[in-house]
Design a protein around this ligand. Structure first.
Ligand code: ZN
Length: 408
């Protein structure tokens, strides 16, 4: 009798032990008005109850192989791990459920690295620690075979989020008092420099200083410091809606904590999701514009969508200088992802908001990483329209008219 009693007493505990406890963590999440807030959410698909190790993603620190502990004493590290883990699963679910992507559904588990400074090396996985460490950006690396002779194991695609490094805006040596603050930098960017992306704009400002000595260049590592993910319109939106808690930017200092920005996380995962056709060999206007298009869709924010519609350089109502197509767009890597992003977002006016993601997802089959805007991208859009538009003949004409108006 005593045994039975004990057994009954233990029964509920045993049942609970078999059901995975939902694990909650603080992450950066947008509220309804697109403001970044720190909120507690349940982490989906975890297979460990002690680390950020899940069915589809494992989040590690730097070059480590073990997943970061849920209770690591470095709270900022845990916030970065939890935020990337949550938003990567959200983006993955979006491609699997909304785009019905079998490629994404069947992807092997991905390793996600936060706080990693090393440059990527195609043969060695990581470049030497001392070689030009990286900050304030994020990137997606292609898989590699490794080097058996040197003990370098093969690796799969990975997403890397760099640590933060603060730069005083004053040190960017931007001319004129009115431009001393980050907000004015962006305003000036929008007014004057619609032809290039934010990082290029900043690079130009920095390079316009009279030949900085090699030592100071090395110290600041300008080019790399300001090379950031995404198009300028995305970064502007991120800036405008950044809560101090998310610490993406401040007025006097520039830094970008990419692991805490949901749209940058969606952008990077989109590079992975689209890699069945857009291989991860290098950055081009076409693949950056595509990744930002999907980042905008996954964010699913009317507030962000309005902003993109209003300010994008392709046809935005408030874009001070609308962008005309230029042949140079085909040869510069980063400068014109804004134009492509605007072009893709503009398809909503033809195919409608609801059908647009599926249209652009299908478009990826008809283009590749090296597609030119004027030829393959437009041909791809027209071919996709033949398959997907309600009135292909009329709609293709409408699309061409809009491109003619932008100088294509
Ligand atoms: Zn990118």
């Amino acid at each position: 009798m005593k045994t039975l009693f004990t057994f009954m007493l233990l029964l509920p505990t045993m049942i609970w032990a078999q059901v995975a406890q939902p694990i909650k963590a603080n992450i950066v999440l947008r509220d309804a008005s697109f403001k970044a807030r720190i909120s507690s959410v349940e982490l989906p698909y975890l297979i460990s109850d002690t680390t950020f190790d899940g069915q589809f993603f494992k989040v590690v620190q730097g070059k480590n192989d073990e997943a970061i502990s849920l209770t690591n004493e470095d709270e900022e590290l845990v916030l970065r791990a939890a935020t990337t883990y949550y938003h990567l699963n959200l983006a993955r679910d979006w491609y699997v459920n909304k785009m019905k992507s079998t490629y994404v559904a069947n992807l092997p588990k991905l390793v996600i690295r936060v706080d990693i400074k090393n440059q990527f090396n195609e043969l060695g996985h990581y470049a030497n620690d001392a070689l030009d460490p990286q900050f304030n950006n994020a990137l997606t690396i292609p898989a590699g075979e490794g080097l058996a002779g040197r003990g370098i194991k093969p690796w799969n695609m990975e997403i890397w989020f760099r640590p933060v490094k603060k730069v005083n805006i004053k040190d960017l040596k931007i001319k004129g008092d009115a431009m001393g603050e980050w907000g004015s930098v962006l305003a000036s960017f929008r007014q004057q420099m619609h032809m290039s992306t934010l990082q290029r704009f900043l690079a130009q400002l920095v390079q316009s200083q009279t030949n900085p000595s090699p030592a100071s260049q090395d110290f600041f590592g300008w080019e790399n410091l300001i090379r950031v993910a995404g198009t300028s319109i995305m970064l502007e939106a991120v800036y405008q809606f950044a809560d101090p808690l998310s610490r993406a930017f401040s007025r006097k200092w520039f830094w970008l904590d990419t692991a805490l920005v949901p749209e940058i996380i969606y952008h990077e995962f989109s590079h992975v999701a689209l890699s069945d056709h857009l291989v991860l060999s290098h950055s081009t206007a076409v693949i950056e514009g595509m990744a930002d298009y999907f980042a905008g869709e996954i964010a699913n924010s009317p507030n962000l969508a309005t902003r993109i519609k209003t300010y994008n350089t392709f046809n935005g109502k408030k874009a001070t200088r609308k962008q005309q197509y230029s042949v140079q767009f085909e040869t510069t890597d980063y400068a014109n992802s804004d134009f492509v992003f605007g072009m893709l977002w503009d398809l909503k006016t033809i195919v409608g908001d609801d059908s647009s993601p599926e249209f652009v997802y299908s478009l990826r089959e008809k283009i590749d990483t090296n597609s030119s805007i004027r030829k393959q991208l437009i041909e791809g859009i027209l071919k996709t329209c033949e398959e997907k538009c309600e009135l292909p003949f009329v709609d293709k004409l409408k699309i061409l008219q809009r491109y003619n108006a932008r100088g294509i």
